[in-house]
Write a protein that binds this ligand. Structure first.
Ligand SMILES: [Zn+2]
Length: 178
């Protein structure tokens, strides 16, 4: 792919404070959207390791996530009440408000994360109309897998099992497959 040739992971550093305030803003945005539309909210992000969150790789991955989500919602015949996507220094993020049961939407989103070639790099969070986040565990689904070793991703992150270079190499090899 063209973007592999030019620096896929270069960009501006997102500082911890910026990441924390972006997370807070996302949470309040999700709550406000859920309340306003009284419907479930999908928040789309990209799993991008390291301090640089907005780069060619994350933009490419986000566009694929957006496209796949929209196809899935269209196939399910769900009414999309609102959608918005931003490219931020803290990484691309998007919100979709959908008039459908949150558990159904979460299952569909987990299917995307599992079935799409780039799915392990997608982060599709779903909250219901009351603002409650639907977890994989409560739906009886497996935890997410690490893109480097295939183990439970949360363990690898908390135990820092892989270097940034390892994770970036894994991302590149997934991107090269598409
Ligand atoms: Zn791992």
């Amino acid at each position: 792919m063209y973007m592999i040739i030019i620096a896929p992971f270069e960009g501006k550093i997102a500082h911890l404070q910026e990441l924390l305030s972006a997370r807070e803003l996302r949470a309040s945005r999700r709550k406000a959207l859920a309340k306003h539309y009284n419907a479930c909210v999908i928040c789309v992000q990209v799993n991008m390791p390291g301090a640089i969150k907005q780069n060619l790789a994350s933009e490419e991955i986000f566009q694929k996530a957006q496209q796949t989500l929209e196809e899935t919602l269209a196939m399910g015949g769900y009414a999309v009440l609102f959608e918005q996507a931003h490219m931020l220094i803290t990484g691309p993020e998007g919100f979709w408000v959908v008039n459908a049961p949150a558990a159904t939407i979460k299952r569909d989103c987990c299917k995307i994360e599992q079935a799409h070639k780039l799915g392990r790099l997608f982060d599709l969070d779903v909250t219901d109309a009351a603002g409650h986040a639907i977890s994989r565990i409560e739906l009886g689904l497996e935890p997410r897998r690490c893109i480097v070793c295939g183990g439970p991703a949360a363990d690898c992150v908390s135990r820092r099992l892989h270097t940034l270079a390892d994770v970036q190499a894994a991302i590149l090899s997934i991107l090269e497959e598409i």
